[in-house]
Design a protein around this ligand. Sequence first.
Ligand code: GLU
Length: 484
Amino acid sequence: MTVRVRIAPSPTGNLHIGTARTAVFNWLFARHHGGKFILRIEDTDEARSRREYTENITTGLTWLGLDWDEGPFFQTQRLENYKQAIKTLLDKGLAYPCYCTPEELEQMREEQKAKGLAPRYDNRHRNLTPQQRQAFEEEGRRPVIRFIIDDDREIVWHDLIRGKMTWKGSDLGGDMVVARASDNEEFGQPLYNLAVVVDDIDMEITHVIRGEDHIANTAKQILLYEALGAKVPKFAHTPLILNQEGRKLSKRDGVTSIDDFRKMGFLPEAMANYMSLLGWTPPDATKEIFSLSEAAKEFSLDRVNKAGAKFDWAKLDWINSQYLHQMPADKLVELLIPYWQQAGYEVNLESDRPWLESLTALVGPSLTRLADVIEETHTFFGDTVEYGAEAIDLLKQEGVAEIIREVIDAVASNSPLTEENAKEIIKQVTKTQKVKKGLIMRSLRASLTGELHGPDLIQSWLLLNHKGLDKIRLQQAITVSSEQ
Ligand code: GLU
């Protein structure tokens, strides 16, 4: 048997972290077994589906490295298949037209509520006579199609993550609507549970791996497989992703779409790595950094937890920094350039490239997320610098102006500055000014960057010198230093 799994997002929003994590598990499972991973877009809800969401979903999956072998298939292009299946159910007497009006259904629910019962359809139109149907038709009512769910049925499956699962037919809300009403046809738009089953049968899906919020649907769907005379696939329900308070991760937690994570500066490799750990424990639990294909070698559903998976920002940050820190500067710079551009810094992609690469090599080790680059490098852009309070205090210290003046003179006769010259200048100033090297370093850093802390000073100085910014800033520092 060739393993065939699928991810079946609805294009009613951007690619959600939960869907993406389900996609990761499906992909890992398919690759582990040398099977196929299929992409199906569940766009039957035409009112809420949008083409840009489909695009966001396919781009997001591709960005994460989750390539699919077949599809994307679109449910809207498969309506005929669903209609055929509904006809089959009607012909077999396993489904029937229900003429209840919304008002009647509402009243039914009110009565159930009043009696303290859970709301359900009471199957009142299951056994209408042809004459009764005729009468409703003549009233102008248009029926939905309901699939018969036997209250006495027990539905049992062996879930590959959760073990034995048992549902009672009576807990499924009564006979289920599988198609909406239509004004001019026997029935209208097919609904989710029916469409999914028809698709999974046609696409020969062997394992349905999806979020645990679909468990009740699975019970209903198993009945549909049986009714349509198809083999029931294996099911695996993955745990929900929870926030720190243990509730389902939602928009209120800051981000929910993969696009948001991308914009915040998480690398696709880090996201995929982190998501594979959201509920799955590799056989060697100490190994936390791995590529998707490495994870695929080890992946199995029996190591997926039943309990919800807590979303841990600190861990995601840590994983992201591991990837960032091992990335060569010539590759990392490509990812940072859009952030500089977005911040409005003028960068010439050709002539500035070596300079940007050196800047990347300098700050790369301090980045956790790509977006941190603005905070870490803002001081390297723009002619002048904003001096922080600490820097101003230092620049006003006695003797600092003299240090800076001497540095200015030395820079003028050492152009362009090299690492050796820079070190030599510092040594020289230490001697002539008779001060400790530390004070010179601090004065220089304060003058050049406006701050007292930052990446390697000599490298920072060289980068600023290359742009002719060190002279401007040293002059600026003299002014600050002598202000009252
Ligand atoms: N369209 C469903 C969703 O986005 C997928 C359900 C399934 O995987 O069967 O949740």
